[in-house]
Design a protein around this ligand. Sequence first.
Ligand code: 57M
Length: 359
Amino acid sequence: MIYHLLYPLHTTISFFNVFRYITFRTIFASITALLICLVIGPWVIRKLQEMQIGQQIREDGPQSHLTKKGTPTMGGVLIIFAVVFSTLLWTNLSINYVWLILLVTVGYGLIGFVDDYSKFTGKSSRGISSKVRLIAEIIIALFVSVILYLKPEFNLQITVPFFKTILPDLGWGYILFSTFIIVGAANAVNLTDGLDGLAIGPAIICFAAYLLFAYFAGNVKVAYYLRVAHISGAGELAVFCGALVGAGLGFLWFNAYPAEIFMGDVGSLSLGGALGTVAILTKQEILLAIVGGIFVVETFSVIFQVGYFKMTGGKRILRMAPLHHHFELKGWAEPKVIVRFWIISILLALMAISTLKLR
Ligand code: 57M
């Protein structure tokens, strides 16, 4: 909005030229979203408390979690509001990619909202059926993937990290591929969201990395220099990523150990869906497995644990899945698990960024 209102004034007052720059708008999108979270966060927490939207805790989890009973949840509403508001304010809204990513962010947020709300009204920790939830996630992801497939300028080749000449063209298969990435990312973030700040920390780091990828892809000269696909309009996704980094930091202010609020499925599905979508739109799809390695490892820890558990009739590989519970049960203090996962996440993001040169 600001871009559309103020940039045209640059012909009379040259200062307004500044609103053209993606770097400037990314920084201010980030600051706007951060401030929104910091300012309205306490009010949201109070309201959720008044409405008694508190977390139900499973009795079979780590005992240390029982003290978390009643912590307000559905804080993802705050993240989504800050991101959408800031994105609408600072991006160039004539770029379709912005609307596609907002659609996934809000759509997945709605699925999570219904799930959280049904847990709250049902007063159990189970929520809506996982099949219904998955179908809703697939419908949104398929919709976005088909739109991209139908866009003549959208490239259906995938980028393979470390190999700049290997660019397999998936054709219509790209629709299935991108649906898998979006749905997979949403569920991976959801599984990781089990300790204070554990999901939002790596999510901030991932969006910061994709902010760079979006900026590089959107800039003709940088894209040419780095030999990455140039995607006209991708720079606006950097502004979106900036808003997410800001909102994430603002949410972490309250979600840091000991958490005053949890994001709920409304937050984790929305963040994960947005992350998968930004990986698709910036054509750094496979790299998401490195940038978001923490989410991938957490997901595999669940797949292997559940598979082994079923195959052996009750035996376990880990003390408890997802992986963060294993370390908790080994005796690591919660903040130690969280901060170590953040450190690994930063390392993975740096490695992923370095692949732009290591090709
Ligand atoms: C949700 N959510 C937390 C909060 C958050 C297949 C199975 C492995 C699935 C998995 C599962 O359900 N994972 C998804 C994980 C829950 O947090 C809520 O959920 C939202 C995110 N979706 O925003 O609203 C609890 O996590 C803790 N938490 C924090 N701080 C935060 O900032 O401490 C969350 C956010 C909260 C709070 O305690 O209540 C969750 O863990 O439920 N299932 C599991 O994770 C369960 N694992 C399991 O059963 N493993 C088995 C195998 C054989 C399936 C095993 O290894 O033996 C564990 N989770 C719990 N208890 N709570 C174990 C039992």
